[in-house]
Design a binder for this molecule. Structure first.
Ligand code: BES
Ligand code: ZN
Length: 621
């Protein structure tokens, strides 16, 4: 369904005048009253109890510090136990203060109200996290590559930082931080901060993050991590068993940084390191500043999936430097980043590789759009309080956002558009922004200088209209067109699978081959494919993601043991949910999925566990 242009325009005008797109419905905090500017964490990592225990000191900037009388400092928490709260005047003595923890909201957690006698500049909170903290995964040694040491990692985006630190958990507030982390000796602690490649694992670590960051970029990992340099200013951390493979796979990282800098200005964060996590990491990557967290499922040996590194690196400009003020404008983080990612891929691996990746994204977007109500197909989302901000985590933000920027690039020319984006990052560095801010900047810096290239109606259709605007031109990939031809030859039996010319095909071509197989393909045809290409048991997660759902729907039961092993081994949500969804379509498959989930769930991250559970619950209804 497509809204009439007039309606889209009306919605657009309405959005432009909306009171305040900077307001974040997913935080209890009141940043207009007070903001955290700096935080000092002091935490002990207790693997036996699965808790972080210690304290957070927040320095506060009050909008009107001299206003007299008592006031509440409101923070976000989720399942935290607050043991004690104190406050003090500048350099004064810590005094106990009263606080109250409201009943938990299922999505937002619990509002922590700290009752201050006046607008004091510092509070100190002693607390501990819950073993079930949504933002932490505690892995026993058996679920690590080494099998000897336990492992912990955080995943704060979107609103999980509040499950391990009481704070203003909103991307509209930025703060610097220091941390002291104590853990058992022999383990390495790493944070989204100044990690030292030469640090000794003596159980006591200190970190400083001098650039102000939003709370969702607060990150911690503890485990048997070792370091291998890739360039002078960066390298890879991983468990010893993965270190060599990871360093080889990510050898292009230095060149990626150079390309990004040449387009958008200096990398402003000091070092850039990667941390390879266990396969239960629920995402592909997470752009924690100075230290991107990365899934091991992209270690394919052929560097074919390193656009994910380009993506997380790109966030050093789009997202970490210039940040969406609320999750309604998530496309400002992810659409920009997907655009920049593709530019890096193009510069390093050529226009055809970039086109293939864009085309795969555009196909996924069309599918996503087909399953979403119109109000969720827009880039600038209307407020969605009471719903999980991760609902914004879909191809609309990523691919429609990227497509919009590609559209602007086409209309204004690459040279002008590159310079414009660079100015956007420079002018808003270390700030949080809204779609309205972007539109104002676009009108002033590009549309006014080159009038007549893009109309307001076209803008409105991209930003506030559902579906794809008429001005969206699909990307063309010749290598994917060749895949289409090969697939057709095989489907129409002009060629056997074994005789297809698949020499030199990369992951993206296999993905495309599988994605456009007909839905009613029978099991015998899959037997032939499997004999020729050995999809079942593939070590490549992107291929597994597409292959196993096809086998389920075709009733190709021979794939089940390998499928089961894949779902037990990998906890990256995007890779496994399609197979769970396919299984959930039939009673027999659902029963199989349930028993698999029961076995796999203890090894899944809380985020993945909740998502799989939701798929199984929806099928049962
Ligand atoms: N920042 C996201 C991951 C994220 C978004 C986590 C929202 C939680 C809430 C990260 O940069 C990302 O987009 N990762 C993608 C990989 C990318 C190549 C599309 C992923 O994990 O699949
Ligand atoms: Zn991203």
């Amino acid at each position: 369904m497509r809204l009439l242009p007039a309606l889209a325009l009306a919605a657009f005008a309405c959005m432009a005048h909306a009171a305040d797109r900077a307001h974040d419905e997913h935080s209890f905090a009141e940043p207009r009253l007070v903001r955290i500017t700096a935080t000092d964490l002091d935490l002990r990592v207790d693997f036996d109890q699965r808790v972080l225990r210690g304290q957070a000191i927040h320095r506060l900037e009050w909008a009107t510090p001299a206003a007299p009388g008592p006031v509440d400092l409101v923070l976000d928490t989720r399942e935290l136990t607050i043991e004690r709260v104190q406050a003090r005047a500048a350099e004064g003595r810590w005094q106990p203060v009263e606080f109250s923890l409201a009943e938990a909201d299922p999505i937002l957690g619990s509002r922590l109200s700290i009752h201050l006698p006046q607008r004091l500049p510092e509070v100190r909170i002693r607390y501990r996290s819950s073993p079930a903290a949504s933002g932490l995964q505690w892995l026993p040694p058996a679920l690590t590559a080494g099998g000897r040491q336990p492992l912990l990692f955080s995943q704060s985006q979107a609103i999980h930082a509040r499950s391990w630190v009481p704070l203003q958990d909103t991307p509209g507030v930025r703060f610097t931080y220091t941390a002291r982390i104590r853990t058992a000796p022999g383990l390495m602690a790493l944070m989204s901060a100044d990690n030292d490649p030469a640090a000794q694992p003596d159980g006591d670590f200190r970190f400083t993050m001098p650039q102000p960051i939003p709370s969702y970029l607060l990150a911690l990992a503890v485990g048997d991590f070792r370091f291998r340099p890739i360039t002078e200013r960066g390298g890879v951390w991983a468990e010893p068993a993965l270190l060599e493979r990871a360093a080889a796979e990510f050898a292009d990282t230095g060149r990626m940084i150079e390309v990004a800098e040449s387009l958008y200005g200096p990398y402003r964060w000091g070092r850039y390191d990667l941390l390879v996590l266990p396969p239960s990491f629920p995402f592909g990557g997470m752009e924690n500043p100075r230290l991107s967290f990365i899934t091991p499922t992209i270690l394919t040996g052929d560097r074919s999936l390193v656009s994910l590194i380009a993506h997380e690196l790109a966030h050093s400009w789009s997202g970490n430097l210039v940040t969406n003020a609320s999750w309604k404008d998530f496309w400002l983080n992810e659409g920009f980043t997907t655009y920049v990612e593709n530019r890096i891929v193009e510069a390093l691996f050529g226009a055809e590789r970039a086109a293939m990746e864009t085309a795969i994204g555009q196909a996924a977007l069309r599918e996503t759009l087909a399953g979403l109500p119109p109000e969720r197909q827009v880039l600038a989302l209307p407020p969605f309080p009471g719903r999980d901000p991760e609902e914004a985590l879909n191809d609309v933000a990523y691919v429609k956002g990227q497509w919009f920027l590609q559209f602007l690039e086409q209309r204004f020319g690459r040279e002008a558009f590159d310079a414009f984006l660079r100015r956007w990052f420079d002018a808003h560095a270390f700030q949080s922004v809204t779609t309205d801010d972007f539109l104002a900047f676009l009108r002033r810096e590009l549309m006014a200088r080159q009038p007549g290239r893009v109309s307001e109606a076209e803008l409105a259709a991209w930003i506030a209209g559902p579906g794809l605007p008429p001005s969206a031109t699909p990307v063309v990939s010749t290598r994917l067109a060749a895949v289409d031809a090969a697939r057709a030859d095989w489907l129409e039996r002009r060629s056997t699978a074994a005789d297809l010319d698949t020499e030199g095909w990369v992951t993206q071509q296999w993905v495309h081959f599988l994605e456009d197989l007909p839905a009613d393909i029978g099991a015998e045809r899959l037997v032939e494919l499997d004999a020729a290409f050995r999809f079942t048991g593939t070590p490549n997660g992107e291929i597994a993601e597409r292959w196993y759902p096809i086998t389920v729907r075709a009733g190709y039961f021979e794939a089940r043991p390998a499928l089961a092993q894949f779902l037990r081994q990998v906890g990256r949500r995007k890779l496994i949910l399609p197979t769970y969804r396919a299984l959930a379509e039939t009673p027999d498959g659902l029963a199989f999925a349930r028993s698999l989930f029961q076995q796999a769930a203890p090894g899944y991250h809380p985020i993945t566990r909740a998502s799989v559970q939701a798929v199984l619950d929806a099928a049962a209804r």
